[in-house]
Design a protein around this ligand. Structure first.
Ligand code: ZN
Length: 203
């Protein structure tokens, strides 16, 4: 493919650093994600990242900022947009008013630590192709009355599987439930080995 900028050079596979900038007081913060697959023009040097590659780099940057407890509105906004949520989507997931998300993002209120941990879990799930946190949030919102259920002691299980068993019992009754195999889980994809370097985050 020819370069869309100079129309002369041929784009070839390369790896480049992807920079994510976050508005923060007193100084903006930059996360540099190194080794990101890119297309490089052999003539003018223009660099292109594929959309899904850029999205993953932004998720990795969001995760490192959230996990380091950089609890400011700019990071929340970055994480929310990278996850593909509107402010109202995130408000609905967390069970808060839309205005609350807006106030967090504009640093009128600090995000509370429990919400911050949830945000980190949502990002980690997205990177791993998982829905565990979404399932937990959905279950917490529904607040069902529990029925009897069965879990295996000797294998890892997840909240989602227990909830599935509740649903199965309501549909089929106790007998089928005790014979039912737990839902199979797809192993999460291993994260790509992308290294992160942080700027303006010392101390
Ligand atoms: Zn070019």
């Amino acid at each position: 493919m020819f370069c869309p900028t100079c129309h002369e050079g041929v784009m070839r596979e390369s790896a480049r650093t992807y920079e994510v900038h976050v508005t923060a007081y007193p100084n903006p913060v930059t996360v540099r994600v190194t080794g990101v697959p890119a297309l490089l023009c052999g003539s003018c040097g223009d660099v292109m990242f594929r959309g899904d590659t850029a999205e993953r780099a932004e998720l990795l940057a969001s995760r490192v900022l959230v996990e380091r407890g950089f609890r400011v509105g700019g990071v929340l906004r970055l994480a929310r947009k990278t996850l593909g949520y509107r402010a109202s989507d995130l408000a609905g997931l967390l069970g808060v008013a839309n205005e609350t998300v807006s106030r967090w993002e504009n640093d009128h209120f600090a995000v509370d630590p429990a919400t911050w941990v949830t945000l980190g879990s949502l990002i980690a799930d997205e990177l791993g192709g998982d829905r565990e946190t979404l399932n937990r949030l959905a279950a917490a919102r529904e607040s069902r009355v529990p029925t009897d259920c069965e879990i295996a002691f000797d294998r890892p299980h997840r909240e989602a599987e227990i909830i599935d068993l509740f649903a199965a019992k309501q549909l089929y009754g106790q007998q089928q439930l005790s014979n039912a195999a737990p839902a199979q889980r797809q192993p999460a994809a291993a994260p790509a080995p992308v290294s992160l370097t942080l700027d303006s985050m010392s101390g």
